[in-house]
Structures are given as structure tokens and as C-alpha cells.
Write a new protein. Structure first.
Length: 184
């Protein structure tokens, strides 16, 4: 990696001082980086709510590495035994969920091209992303361990009702995570 690439990455990816705490909470909750059909169903629900092309449940690891235990949309399912086009893992410098985790607040980008910080994200070129909406998964100890999200290759006009709906889904997912861990 060149110095320019390193400098660019540092200006795009947010600082992550809570990575170790988040990783410890994910482990304590038993939130493992593995596919879960229940979270795939939630991703399908997010598609219905948002009208987006792709959606998912995302756990963000210690180094901002991302894993989608739930994902839905074109290219996310195995066809005839072949690997899906869109995988369940993504580096921290790709996508927008790491910003939701860093901010610990929901975020809606109706047109990512309106924001220099987000327009240059690698998913813009890879998938043609133009819109993002996401809400944090916050555990009972206040750690943000991931997100629920939706992305689209067309712009949107998401407003407060859409953000509120994503927050409700995030709360439902967090409750389910705690139930699975025997902490609810």
C-alpha cells in the first residue's frame, strides 16, 4: 500500500477506540461470524421496509472487519451450489456501517454522492451504491456491536419515519441476540 493510499484510508475510515470492547461484547453475547437464517429473514424484512436492493445485519469486529450474519438481495444466495456474488464479509474501509458504529447513531444517506467522505467509498464503484440507511445494534452495556442496514443503487428520500423503523428493527435484533445468549 502506498503512502497516498494509507493517507486516503485514514481520512475515510473513522477512528475506532471501542474495537476491543465491541469484540469482547460480541464474544460475551455469542454473536459469532456465521450465517444465521433468522437474520437473513430480518434482512428480507428490512428490504420490505426500506424498498432498497440489499439489506442485512452486520457485526463489526475489533478491527472494523465486518460480517453479515444476515443478508438479502440480488447475488446474496447460493445458486446451484455456487458461491454467492456478494459475500458475508467486508473490510472496515468498505461500506458505511463503520460510521454508524463509530457515531453510535442511526444514519441515512439519501444520496452518497452528496458527501465527499462517502462518495469515494469502494462500494460505490463495486456495487454502484447511491443510498444507505443504518441503525446501531446497542447492547445493554452501551456497546455498539453492529448495525442493521440497507443500501441501494438508486437515491432515496428516507426520512425520520424510515430511521425510526430501522431503530425498531435494530432493537428487535438486539433483543434476539440477548435471548440467544440467555441474557434477556
Amino acid at each position: 500500500m502506498t503512502d497516498l493510499e494509507t493517507e486516503f484510508r485514514l481520512t475515510v475510515t473513522p477512528d475506532d477506540p471501542d474495537g476491543s470492547r465491541r469484540a469482547a461484547r460480541l464474544a460475551a453475547l455469542g454473536a459469532l461470524p456465521e450465517a444465521d437464517p433468522e437474520y437473513d429473514d430480518i434482512a428480507e424484512q428490512i428490504l420490505q421496509v426500506t424498498g432498497a436492493t440489499w439489506a442485512g445485519v452486520n457485526f463489526v469486529g475489533e478491527n472494523q472487519d465486518q460480517f453479515f450474519p444476515g443478508i438479502a438481495g440480488p447475488g446474496t444466495r447460493s445458486v446451484d451450489g455456487a458461491d454467492p456474488e456478494i459475500g458475508r464479509e467486508m473490510p472496515g474501509d468498505h461500506g458505511y456501517c463503520v460510521y454508524v458504529v463509530a457515531r453510535e447513531k442511526a444514519m441515512a444517506l439519501n444520496n452518497v454522492m452528496d458527501y465527499a467522505r462517502f462518495a469515494g467509498n469502494p462500494v460505490v464503484d463495486a456495487l454502484g451504491i447511491r443510498a444507505y440507511i443504518g441503525a446501531p445494534l446497542v447492547d445493554t452495556e452501551g456497546a455498539t456491536v453492529g448495525t442493521v442496514w440497507a443500501i441501494d443503487n438508486k437515491t432515496h428520500h428516507w426520512g425520520q419515519p424510515d430511521v425510526d423503523a430501522m431503530k425498531e428493527i435494530a432493537a428487535t435484533v438486539m433483543l434476539r441476540i440477548r435471548q440467544k445468549a440467555g441474557q434477556a
